[in-house]
Ligand binder design. Structure first.
Ligand SMILES: NC(=O)C1=CN([C@@H]2O[C@H](COP(=O)(O)OP(=O)(O)OC[C@H]3O[C@@H](n4cnc5c(N)ncnc54)[C@H](O)[C@@H]3O)[C@@H](O)[C@H]2O)C=CC1
Ligand SMILES: O=C(CO)COP(=O)(O)O
Length: 323
């Protein structure tokens, strides 16, 4: 049943790991889905539905669930790493260094750097990133979607493309790791801001202005890190910004909306990557003298240093200048 020999390890059984496992298996790829908690893995293996993170989507027979990390990656060329960014360093530390790693988290390393850099620093030679407009709820249901796998190792990118491409998930390759990785990271912060615009009832004009200026901020940051502006205008940048800033599925957008209403964002234990990213990036931008005003406003508001109204004023009352 496998396409390329050994089963594909999918490490992380949250919403996105489960959706990727289901999608690949439906496409004819045998999958080993690793969950950190043994009792959770046992329940998932028994019930064949991830009721906690991806309800209503049945696991095909070709998805084997395990809590044994060594068994999950045994014999594999590469593995998808699909835990939240905060858990990536510890998981990478436990993996064999000759394994190719495909990083799927849309977040940063603890020092504010890129997770792909961290993987190289830890000794991995074959590193890729997977990112695009891909809500797990839709990919899990087999609705049409497209995504991008980027790597400096072309053979790895092509292998991932072969393993994941299906009639409903179109997988493109790219050599711009920086651009693909950081587009997915940044759009979460802009989606938090878009949610705040929704929560404050500021209207469609404000949201269009915010997301467009947010795209400009994404380009500025990506280019400062060596990525290409063209990549930001593609699926993993603009595409994911549209999907996230407008979606009822987005946890980042919903968290922004809740914060603007004065609530604490309750996501039932699901990760809201933009909160951590805004914190890390605001510090980075301050230290490096880079102007990221939306990141700054989102960080200050989510840290409860500013009210949402002050965040809006910070953006509206900047000096007048050409677009
Ligand atoms: N949900 C989505 O639609 C998409 C999510 N992503 C990204 O994928 C990453 C994972 O997100 P989701 O699967 O949605 O998360 P989730 O919130 O659905 O679930 C998180 C999963 O990771 C596990 N986990 C938490 N901390 C861990 C750690 N330290 N080590 C190992 N496992 C840990 C949890 O037990 C849970 O199974 C995030 O970076 C997210 O931005 C990317 C594309 C789509
Ligand atoms: O990355 C995503 C869609 O591409 C998921 O976004 P949220 O984490 O905001 O739900």
């Amino acid at each position: 049943m496998t396409r390329d020999g050994a089963a594909l390890p999918v490490l992380g059984a949250g919403g996105w790991g489960t959706a990727l496992a289901v999608s690949a298996a439906r496409g004819g790829q045998a999958v080993r889905l690793w969950a950190r908690r043994p009792e959770f893995a046992a329940r998932l293996s028994r019930e064949r539905v991830n009721a906690e993170y991806l309800p209503g989507v049945a696991l095909p027979d070709d998805v084997e669930v395990t809590a044994d990390l060594g068994a999950a990656v045994a014999g594999a060329e590469f593995a998808l790493v699909v835990v939240p960014s905060v858990g990536v360093p510890d998981l990478l530390a436990d993996l064999p260094r000759d394994l190719g790693v495909v990083l799927c988290a849309k977040g940063l390393a603890p020092d504010g750097g890129r997770l792909t850099d961290l993987a190289h620093e830890l000794g991995f030679k074959r590193v890729a990133v997977l990112s695009g407009p891909n809500h797990a709820e839709e990919v899990g249901r087999g609705l049409p979607a497209a995504t991008v796998v980027a790597s400096a190792d072309e053979a790895l990118a092509l292998g991932v493309q072969r393993a994941l491409i299906t009639p409903t998930l179109r997988v493109y390759t790219s050599a711009d790791v920086v651009g693909v990785e950081l587009g997915g990271v940044l759009k979460n912060v802009i989606a938090l801001a878009a949610g705040m615009v929704d929560g404050l009832g500021l209207g469609d004009n404000a949201k269009a202005a915010l997301t467009t200026r947010g795209l400009r901020e994404m380009v500025r940051y990506v280019v400062s890190q060596g990525g290409a502006d063209d990549t930001v205008y593609g699926l993993s940048g603009l595409g994911d910004l549209i999907a996230t800033a407008t979606s009822r599925h987005s946890r980042n957008r919903a968290a922004g909306e809740a914060i603007a209403r004065g609530e604490h964002p309750g996501q039932g234990g699901k990760v809201v990557e933009g909160l951590r990213t805004a914190d890390l990036l605001d510090s980075w931008a301050t230290a490096h003298g880079v102007d990221l005003p939306i990141v700054r406003a989102v960080h200050r508001v989510t840290a409860r240093e500013w009210t949402p109204a002050r965040g809006v004023a910070h953006l509206m009352e900047r000096e007048a200048k050409p677009e």
